[in-house]
Write a protein that binds this ligand. Structure first.
Ligand SMILES: *Cc1c(COP(=O)(O)O)cnc(C)c1O
Length: 355
């Protein structure tokens, strides 16, 4: 597989104040594009100057939401090198999403090479400050020029890059989470386990309601009984209950997070067992009321680990660990970020060098 590179003749000035980067607002000089046509497959992998794309008004994605994406990061190490964290896992999950939406898959090795090459071309855009990274957004969409509802004859795969600031500018602060008891995000048999745009469209209303009440994100319950804990808006959720680490088992409606998987593997390698099972809201409330809910944290690529200080359910607030980060949450954050930014030894072979 060959990637044709057309260099941007007018590279933009890199942001000088990395403390102002924020998330997902600034983009680099190049993007990767590939096309899929029926009977041909994927072809014309190319890196070109970053620019708006044109799309036909009847394009499938605009009407039926046939779109999937991934999210990962490139990190700059102390010696100036650039590395990624388990990108092959993102490439495999992209295919799992593609299969569910009847979209074409891509050889995971090809996806990783596309990402690696693009990050290498724009390596100067990987920021340097503590906690900063280059956010990588691969995505795929159907864009046949036809209003019929069926698998499309043309798809596009793209990768764009966005230098991002530290998630925790003022230090790690616990967040307030609202447990949603009305809207649901996903059901088994649906698309909950995929990173498809439609899942996020369905979550917007609850997210806005939570924000208006002063909560950062929504914690979803299962779509059938609204009884079992699923996950947060863009993070999986973990608890320390009575000395044990527990997290909802993957059941088809929960997104299989790579951070979730890495935490389970990391704790396992340290001799700590993690229970993956159903956790009911009743169990959680009882644990909170009896003081056995010791720690709660969300986990995902953006925040890595995000301590939860307050959970709200049915207008009642439960404060966790006096609203300060707990020792397990802190250690997981230090261990994972240590590997990602190259401060700790990569004992589990998760680091993927870029350049
Ligand atoms: C992306 C995402 C996660 C976290 O996955 P990571 O691979 O750890 O970044 C969790 N839940 C949802 C709904 C997500 O979209």
């Amino acid at each position: 597989m060959e990637i044709k590179i057309t260099k941007n003749p007018n590279p933009a000035a890199k942001p000088t104040d990395e403390s102002q980067l924020g998330f997902g607002k600034v983009f680099t000089d190049h993007m990767l594009v590939a096309d899929w046509d029926k009977g041909i497959g994927w072809h014309d992998f190319r890196i070109e100057p970053f620019a708006p794309i044109t799309i036909h008004p009847a394009s499938t994605v605009l009407h039926y939401g046939v779109e999937i994406f991934e999210g990962l990061k490139a990190y700059r190490t102390a010696d100036g090198k650039v590395q990624m964290f388990r990108p092959i896992e993102n490439a495999k999950r992209l295919n799992s999403s593609a299969e569910r939406l009847a979209m074409p898959t891509i050889d995971p090795e090809v996806t990783v090479e596309c990402i690696r090459k693009l990050v290498e071309v724009d390596a100067e855009w990987v920021p340097h400050n503590e906690g900063t990274s280059l956010y990588i957004r691969p995505f795929m969409f159907a864009d046949e020029e036809f209003l019929g509802v069926h698998g499309a004859s043309h798809y596009r795969f793209m990768v764009i890059l966005s230098p991002s600031g530290s998630y925790y500018k003022g230090g790690i602060a616990p967040v307030k989470i609202m447990i949603e008891d009305q809207d649901v995000r996903a059901v088994r048999g649906g698309t909950g386990y995929t990173k498809c745009g439609g899942n996020y469209a369905a979550s917007m209303r609850a997210g806005e309601r939570a924000e208006a009440k002063g909560y950062t994100q929504v914690l979803w319950l299962d779509g059938v009984e609204r009884k079992y804990i699923e996950e947060v808006g863009a993070m999986n959720i973990m608890f320390k209950i009575d000395g044990k680490v527990v997290t909802p088992a993957l059941n088809g409606s929960i997104l299989p997070g790579i951070t979730r998987k890495s935490i389970i593997e990391l704790l396992h390698s340290q001799g700590v067992e993690v229970e993956e099972r159903q956790i009911s809201i009743d169990e959680l409330v009882a644990a909170a009321e009896s003081g056995k809910l010791e720690e709660v944290w969300g986990c995902g690529t953006a925040a890595v680990v995000s301590p939860v200080g307050v959970l709200m359910y049915m207008d009642k607030e439960y404060v966790i660990n006096n609203n300060v980060i707990g020792p397990v949450t802190q250690k997981l954050y230090d261990d994972l970020t240590g590997i990602q930014w190259g401060r700790n030894e990569d004992k589990l072979g998760w680091v993927f060098p870029v350049c």
